[in-house]
Design a protein. Structure first.
Length: 381
């Protein structure tokens, strides 16, 4: 475990930032069936909400990493949290689909800035021997944020309607911002930061981006659609589906730190963790693609995907930073951007395949093939 004292407090502040930021990954997705009915759009348009959010997030990740290298992560994280709060609050006042799209763009910028800043802060406030564990803990809270939104927003919607649900949930982001400002003093930026071109010229950085796509990217992508999947295929209520579907992200609270712990303790190498979990993720997706699978089988597969998609987070991110020690923020930002782009492309693609086939079998099968591509790419790392 991490030592008590200032180091643990600072790491805790980074984890809280990660949690608050990533509630915006899935907050709209948690109530997609309601939004489609009330605002009058279909599955493809619903997927576009995630596209604009994650494309913006991906674009923001690269300058966020560079700014962290040059200015330090504290101020970058504060700016990101402010944008995330504004976006979350504005969702409660949206009247049409274009409103939602514009609001998710603002949220994407904020999430890109805050997510990378929190990751770099967690890396810098612990000794090198604890970095995998610290990144795993931070990553666990990141997944908790997405899982929290999948459960909390439907629950609040059932009590007070979706508009008030978004407005009330914004208070949690405000409290997290106050804690970040109070508990996260500035840390030094990277000395002599290298230009972004060094990261873009590294084949290993691009490979890690693909691995991030088939782990983190698929965790969020499946999380976006899992509530709709459970309502569509099994007739669950929105609250029941949100609670069950949130497991794919909430399990990351344990599996991400566990993956980092395995590496720090020498039980497995970073590459071994990545290969094992990517292959397991492909298997879980094939189970969900199986037509007529029982609810209990789907539930077990969702839990297994929660482990497989999340465990390699620390391995991917610390390896990315180590590949480019003169500009770790730029490397991490580029890897994150590649992973996020998979969500941006995949969300409307899943929606389009669902609309054309009336089933989730083909979308999940395609995601399984994509996961196997990531497994193949790991042989070059």
């Amino acid at each position: 475990m991490l030592d008590s004292g200032p180091m643990a407090i600072r790491l805790g502040a980074a984890c809280l930032l990660g949690w608050a930021t990533t509630t915006n990954y899935t907050n709209h997705a948690a109530v997609i069936p309601v939004l489609m009915v009330e605002l009058g759009f279909g599955p493809v348009q619903a997927g576009l909400l995630s596209t604009v959010f994650f494309v913006t997030l991906a674009i923001a990740c690269v300058p966020a990493g560079m700014l962290c290298d040059r200015l330090g992560p504290t101020r970058v994280g504060t700016a990101g949290l402010a944008a995330v709060f504004a976006s979350n609050l504005a969702l409660g006042y949206a009247r049409h689909l274009p409103d939602l799209l514009a609001i998710k763009v603002v949220g994407g910028v904020g999430c890109g800035l805050a997510f990378i800043a929190g990751m770099r802060y967690a890396t810098l406030v612990v000794p090198p021997a604890r970095v995998h564990q610290a990144l795993g803990l931070y990553g666990g809270f990141v997944q908790l944020g997405g899982g929290t939104a999948l459960y909390l927003i439907p629950l609040l919607t059932s009590l007070m309607g979706w508009r008030r649900a978004f407005i009330l949930s914004s208070a949690l982001i405000a409290l997290s911002t106050a804690a970040w400002l109070r508990l996260a003093p500035s840390v030094r930026p990277t000395a002599g930061a290298a230009p972004l071109t060094e990261a873009t010229r590294s084949p290993k950085v691009w490979t890690l981006g693909l691995v991030h796509s088939v782990t983190f990217g698929l965790a969020v992508l499946v999380g976006i659609w899992v509530t709709t999947f459970l309502v569509h295929d099994f007739g669950l209520s929105l609250v029941e589906a949100g609670a069950a579907g949130s497991m794919i992200l909430v399990v990351g609270v344990l599996s991400r730190p566990f993956g980092g712990w395995l590496i720090d303790r020498g039980a497995l190498g970073a590459r071994a963790v990545m290969k094992m979990t990517v292959l397991a993720g492909a298997g879980g997706l094939l189970v969900l693609a199986w037509p007529g699978r029982p609810l209990v089988v789907a539930a077990v597969a969702i839990m297994a995907l929660g482990v497989a998609f999340n465990a390699p987070y620390a391995a991917v991110m610390n390896t990315a930073g180590a590949i480019l020690p003169r500009a770790p923020g730029a490397a991490v930002g580029l890897v994150s951007a590649v992973g996020v782009l998979a969500i941006a492309v995949g969300a409307p693609t899943v929606g389009a395949l669902l609309a054309s086939t009336g089933s989730f079998s083909l979308p999940f099968a395609c995601l399984a093939v994509f996961s196997l591509l990531g497994f193949w790419a790991l042989s070059s790392l």
